[in-house]
Design a protein around this ligand. Structure first.
Ligand code: ZN
Length: 316
């Protein structure tokens, strides 16, 4: 079927699956999904705050009675723009990888709320944090973690349909999964795919992520719903892998030459990829690659310094 347009809201993918899209896909503006069959439903991810998530759930209930009571919520990974709205689906079975469930506890919504409240006093890093996330409302959100976890693969049922949960992380985060619905020929990739936006690698190793892109491209599906950006196809998935290979190789040269990670991030020319949004994420990607190249001996960078460097790169 025709690819849905990249407009805000709910898009019927046919066969009972839906995509909720939030242009422009930049920092915090994530996609989600719904799988229905026989009056049952499974939600793929919630959104960054309660207002956005409530608006999505309303639209889903208007589109299909199956969304009136969501039986299962799957979180593709631990970033808040995919799970901070979980509170509004409390009562559902909430499923994530064990690694994601643990990672969600590291930055619960109340912590994010207090970081942003103080961000004005945190210099350039705080300023860029506010620029990225200042439009969302984190105050008062109740941390609502998964109720069931798995490692590797798991199968859930929605009516007569199977939903396959495939762990491909650590990559973007520590426990990324893909949500594949074979009967609907759809895969929801979470943030393994950013389309027309720059991937951000918080965890790595990069090889896991490149392999995941190839795995998505080889799937027998018609519709690929990324974590951010428009619905895409196999070529779109491979293009994300191309970015990661390019950045890996460019970063390796600078690592071997002894550049600091910050100078390497300033130095890599993004070429064709510079047209993708949020190109400043190269700063995170280079730092994560440096840690990988060093065999994990480099300490994790200070998050505020990373955001300050991204703010600097975003000015260019
Ligand atoms: Zn995201």
């Amino acid at each position: 079927m025709a690819r849905p347009p990249y407009t805000k809201g709910l898009h019927d993918l046919g066969s009972g699956s839906y995509a909720w899209l939030q242009p422009d896909g930049s920092w915090g503006w994530s996609n989600a999904g719904l799988v229905t069959d026989g009056g049952e439903s499974l939600l793929v991810d919630t959104l960054y705050d309660l207002r956005l998530t409530a608006e999505m759930l309303d639209a889903m209930r208007r589109a299909t009675p199956a969304a009136t009571r969501i039986g299962t919520l799957v979180n593709t990974h631990a970033n808040g723009d995919h799970c901070y709205g979980n509170q509004l689906v409390a009562g559902a079975t909430i499923v994530a990888s064990a690694e994601s469930a643990a990672e969600m506890d590291e930055l619960p919504p109340d912590r994010m709320a207090s970081i942003l409240k103080n961000a004005g006093a945190l210099g350039p890093g705080g300023a860029f944090l506010l620029r990225c996330f200042g439009g969302f409302r984190f105050e008062g959100i109740v941390h609502t973690p998964p109720t069931e976890t798995f490692r590797g693969t798991a199968v859930r049922r929605v009516g007569a349909k199977e939903v396959h949960l495939l762990e491909v992380g650590p990559a973007h985060t520590k426990g990324d999964i893909l949500v594949h619905v074979p009967a609907d020929r759809v895969v929801f990739t979470g943030d393994i795919l950013f389309i027309d936006g720059t991937p951000v690698m918080w965890a790595g190793p990069v090889g896991n992520w490149i392999a995941a892109c190839e795995r998505i491209a080889a799937m027998d599906v018609d519709t690929i719903v990324p974590g951010h950006g428009p619905v895409t196809d196999a070529q779109g998935a491979l293009r994300v892998g191309d970015y990661l290979v390019y950045v890996r190789d460019e970063t390796r040269e600078r690592f071997d030459a002894g550049l600091s990670p910050a100078d390497a991030a300033r130095d890599v020319a993004l070429g064709d990829f510079s047209s993708w949004g949020d190109a400043e994420r190269i700063a995170v990607n280079v730092h994560t690659l440096y840690r990988e190249f060093s065999g994990g001996t480099l300490p994790a960078p200070n998050a505020l310094e990373l955001f300050a460097l991204m703010g600097e790169l975003a000015q260019r």
